[in-house]
Design a protein around this ligand. Sequence first.
Ligand code: UD1
Length: 417
Amino acid sequence: MKKIVINGGKCLSGTIKIGGAKNSAVALLPAAILADGIVEIDNVPNISDCDALIDIMKSLNAEIKVINDKVTIDASNIKNKLITEEFSTKLRASYYFMGAMLGRFKYVEICLPGGCNIGSRPIDLHLKGFEALGATVQKEGSKFILRADQLIGTDINLDFASVGATVNIILAAVKAKGVTRILNAAKEVEIVNLIDLLNRMGANIKGAGTSEIIISGVDFLHSASIDIIPDRIEAGTYIIMGALLGENLKVDGIREDHLTELLLKLKEMGVNYVINGNSITLNKVENLLPIHVKTEVYPGFPTDLGQPMAVLLTQAKGKAYFEETIFENRMGHVKYLNMMGASIQGDNKNVVIMGPTKLTGKDIVATDLRSGAALVAAGLLAEGETVISDVEHILRGYERIITKLSDVGANIKIVEI
Ligand code: UD1
């Protein structure tokens, strides 16, 4: 079992380089199996979620080459095989093979996905979308069997602008007959990145980044290459750490236009930052203002930054409010922050954070990926030693996090216990 050990209180200075977006990579890798040709994806983050997707593709007989951050996928000889629990439960996004395999073979057998435990996370919208395209969905224990004689384009109105359902429906519809319109589609920049790749492969998809995505089915997808966009959540996490502990901490390789809501909120709190092209430099300030943060679908404040943001709010002077609107249970970090000395009260939707509070190192547990990132931020700030268990969650989504933070002055290490 791995644990992260942090001796807190050190300033962070130097440069942290942001990697490719996890949430893009986990959609683009499965999308590659739709091509009869070679797909090159560059700037793939070095995280265990991507390793798990590559293992799934290898198990399906795809040829994969990984050189540094570039992954080359040749799925010409891919086989339609069951994706077993051994593979599917390693990450949530394994379910993107539902859409991709359905699009390619019109048949897929796959076990339930894994991923962060942040609520019930149903996949009804994905399944309704597949059914609307003409597939039947059968469930046998933990296994789904999806099949269609043919997939036929249609209008699909999502009850909620789900990222996962939008991605899965695009993957299934890209080679369907006729036109599919996804209404109330998710607008996330990672979906724009996916549509860019598919269009480079010969797809005909319009409306990327809007709530109406129009997919005109094509018969054939060919070789293509693409760069993954920078990870706005990784960037946001280090930006928040810079606001807590920065001494000219530069976070490099960001897209300012992907971070608008976070930056507005930081400005409202009085965080001291300067943006120069693709980098942002942060310095810690003493008097942070308490504010109200509410997570919303893109382009609103991202739910994935809510937990790290909570740590910053513990340092604001007065009463701050935080509201989670996307997931049922994204407050796994609260118990541990309170153990460390924070004052956070509330339920799974709304919390009140009283600050500023001094944090002290404790033995704590990463309950999910972003709560883990929040606890790392708290450990960096706290006095004394913080030991975080269940760090596999963190390694699923933050590439080289120990090295990146050590290089800017943090006293952080990973130990095998
Ligand atoms: C994606 C992101 C995740 C981010 C989230 C919201 C990836 C790999 N993950 O997750 O980092 O936090 O978007 O921005 O891109 N829902 C249903 N039925 C469904 C699908 C979703 O009820 O069929 C609900 C979910 O339970 C949740 C909400 O809709 O409450 C949002 O889910 P969704 O947008 O699908 O998030 P993910 O794709 O899981």
